[in-house]
Design a protein around this ligand. Structure first.
Ligand code: BDP
Length: 693
């Protein structure tokens, strides 16, 4: 096995009585209609049941035997309409019902929904029940997504490279599109549909205007045609200066009538090729990208101009809030809030503002972004990073669902207790019209899609949590392991336990106790608390000195805490109530400060770095013991990657501890082995870079 089949492997159910039972419940499929989505659902059920149960399900018109799987919507299937299923009323366009029922005195399983996409989602759910060995008798499952736009952001360039992508090159073969449709596009769509992802931004936020030219639009349209049956809309990033670069205009000023007209005509053109085009994702006035501020216009004016062009077609603008260098001398963590909060209420109804989960940049751990809760009149779309830019690329096994959960379940207190980020993103806190969530994809041309076999779990978990932000990382890991590797509890239990803790381990060996941005500043890989490159100095992010460590963002420092609601602000502002895992994000703490554990800060820092590395070593042992339970190729891949992870975790630990020791001037606590090499050695380690020739 090479991992290509992801969680859709459909390996045979070996447990005899379970298999017999499944076979008696599902013997044939009854469905009417011939939409591409319905056909996709039936095909998937047939492939899945053949693999799992070794049965070829006949597709029949009527319910005439026990064990019929009836699939349909009330508007296209008379048998479903006759059932008068009350549950369907609240299910919207994407929800579904799976119910065990008697029809014509026959035992049936019904998958019903209001649209054929709901049927596809329901089919994947039923398959998952079997893949994870749940009972499929007496079913009553009612599901609908809590967030409307569940979108992958591909940072893919037209030349095939992927910004911050570690799994090969881009999936999109721009040269051979639109004529050649790689079968992989369909498998990509199947995988996404199976977890409820319904949108994909196919190009980089650092955008090329070329992707909006007719040539590339026709290629994007071909992808959209492949994805449509699977309920997935295509979106594009829009370079703000495109009217100049490909339109021949002299300006891209969003209030200029020619510019307004250009975007309107461009959008009309896009919808001619892609009738269900989703809309634009825009990175403006951020890290050198053009934007409305180039013309002394505001983010709101820029976003609204595009929104007006898209509105007649029901398209949306996803406007990113990742800005941090426009207010000179200001704490980076405060800048997005300062730039955007004032525009609350100014955005058109088809604009979503998209902040990242934290205020700096996808660090291993960040406090939540203060814009969540602060813009009640704005639809806020949350951006996670699935690709592990700061979490070990595709080398380290880091399961991200606990991190997603940490953000989603955080209480902003915006409207009192219980104002969680999940509720804000779901649009429930303020009853917004549109809700959305984005994940920067970790997918590429590698045969297993994500480079590390376990990185597939992060794509999977993002989809499941986008569908239901309250879903448990544990259940998701359990499902994913059973579908992707094995249902054997002696495999699932220890591996799941490690997955759930793996993000914390990575935080421990990279940036514990609220440290951040101390990676190598060029590659974003490996330790670099000593690093300096033009425009960046890692020291600014940790401020180590003879007294202590950490950045004072309290009311005595940069006062970033002020951007949070009082309950959160007080908690973060007070060194006694700050959660230890965020301590150094908000406080400059003396080396001798007593931590809640009784250790000094210095001891705690060392202890935490070492514990992160030991945890990886334990996982290596666990994995070695599972050799007989995993197919050989993936066993060896993970074994080798864990060994790399261990080496690099030790590199992080040793480099960081030795570096911080030059400030603390304190010895390692008793029992901790002094790093094998000098600090100079760790400083000199150079990672190969993508720019190497
Ligand atoms: C940073 C990445 C950079 C992205 C940027 C963004 O290093 O490659 O372009 O985020 O999100 O984390 O725009």
């Amino acid at each position: 096995e090479n991992g290509y089949d992801l969680w859709l492997r459909y390996k045979p159910v070996h447990e005899t009585s379970l298999k017999n039972n499944y076979q008696s419940v599902i013997k044939q499929i009854s469905a009417s209609g011939n939409s591409a989505s319905l056909i996709a659902a039936i095909t998937e059920l047939q492939i899945g049941m053949k693999g799992l149960l070794n049965v070829s399900l006949p597709h029949v018109k009527t319910v005439n035997v026990n064990g019929t799987l009836l699939l349909g919507t009330p508007s296209t299937n008379a048998a479903i309409a006759r059932l008068n299923l009350a549950e369907l009323k609240d299910l919207g366009k994407e929800g579904y019902l799976i119910k065990s029922l008697q029809i014509n005195r026959r035992s049936c399983t019904v998958i019903a929904s209001n649209t054929d996409i709901g049927l596809l989602y329901g089919s994947y759910h039923l398959l998952r029940l079997i893949q994870t060995r749940h009972s499929i008798q007496k079913l009553l499952i009612v599901e609908k997504p809590k967030i409307q736009l569940r979108v992958l952001n591909h940072w893919d360039n037209l030349n095939g490279t992927v910004e911050r992508g570690y799994a090969g090159s881009s999936l999109w073969d721009w040269q051979r599109l639109p004529g050649y449709l790689d079968p992989r596009y369909t498998d990509y769509a199947r995988a996404n549909a199976s977890i409820g992802i319904n949108g994909t931004v196919i190009n980089n936020v650092n955008a090329s205007a070329k992707s909006l030219t007719k040539t590339y639009l026709l290629k994007a349209a071909a992808l959209a045609d492949v994805f449509r049956p699977y309920g997935i809309k295509v979106y594009l990033t829009a370079r703000f200066s495109a009217p100049i670069e490909i339109g021949g205009l002299k300006t891209a000023d969003p209030l200029d009538p020619e510019v307004i007209k250009w975007w309107k005509l461009k959008v009309d053109e896009i919808y001619r090729y892609i009738p269900d085009f989703g809309g634009f994702l825009v990175k403006a006035n951020s890290e050198g990208q053009p934007g409305p501020q180039d013309y002394k216009r505001s983010h709101a004016e820029g976003a609204n101009m595009m929104a007006d062009a898209l509105a007649p077609h029901n398209g949306v603008v996803m406007w990113r809030a990742f800005v941090y260098e426009n207010i000179k001398g200001e704490d980076r963590a405060k800048q997005a809030y300062q730039e955007f909060k004032k525009f609350d209420g100014d955005f058109k109804s088809n604009v979503l503002l998209q902040p990242k989960n934290g205020p700096i940049d996808f660090q291993p751990r960040e406090p939540f972004h203060p814009l969540f809760g602060a813009m009640s009149k704005t639809q806020l779309m949350l951006e996670f990073q699935i690709t592990q830019e700061y979490l070990g690329f595709a080398t380290h096994l880091v399961y991200l669902a606990p991190m997603f959960k940490e953000t989603l379940s955080t209480d902003t207190y915006a409207k009192g207790k219980g104002s969680t980020i999940a509720k804000i993103v779901e649009g429930k806190l303020e009853s917004h019209q549109i809700s959305g969530i984005a994940g920067v994809a970790n997918i590429g041309s590698d045969i297993n899609w994500t480079g590390h076999p376990f990185a597939q779990s992060n794509w999977y978990a993002f989809g499941r949590m986008a569908w239901n932000p309250e879903a448990s990382p544990e259940t998701i890991a359990d499902d994913w392991l059973k579908m992707t590797f094995s249902t054997d509890p002696s495999f699932v239990v220890p591996v799941k336990e490690y997955m759930l803790a793996s993000r914390e381990h990575a935080v421990h060996y990279m940036m514990p106790l609220g440290l951040n941005h101390i990676m190598n500043l060029g590659t974003h890989y490996g330790p670099g608390p000593w690093d300096k490159i033009p425009g960046w100095n890692a020291h600014d992010y940790h401020l180590a000195d003879a007294e202590g460590l950490g950045v004072d963002r309290t009311d005595k420092g940069s006062n970033a805490v002020e951007q949070y609601f009082p309950e959160v602000r007080q908690k973060y502002n007070d060194i006694k109530s700050i959660p230890p895992e965020l301590l150094l994000w908000f406080h400059h703490v003396p080396w001798k400060y007593r931590m809640p554990t009784g250790k000094s800060l210095w001891e705690e820092l060392v202890y935490t770095y070492y514990s992160g590395v030991s945890a990886v070593e334990k996982m290596q042992n666990t994995w070695d013991g599972l050799k007989d339970k995993v197919d050989p190729l993936r066993f060896v891949q993970v074994k080798q990657l864990l060994a790399e992870q261990q080496r690099e975790a030790a590199w992080w630990r040793d480099g960081s501890v030795l570096y911080f020791q030059t400030y603390s001037k304190m010895p390692l606590p008793q029992g901790f082995k002094v790093p094998a090499q000098s600090l100079e050695h760790y400083k000199q380690i150079k990672m190969p870079d993508r720019t190497d020739k």
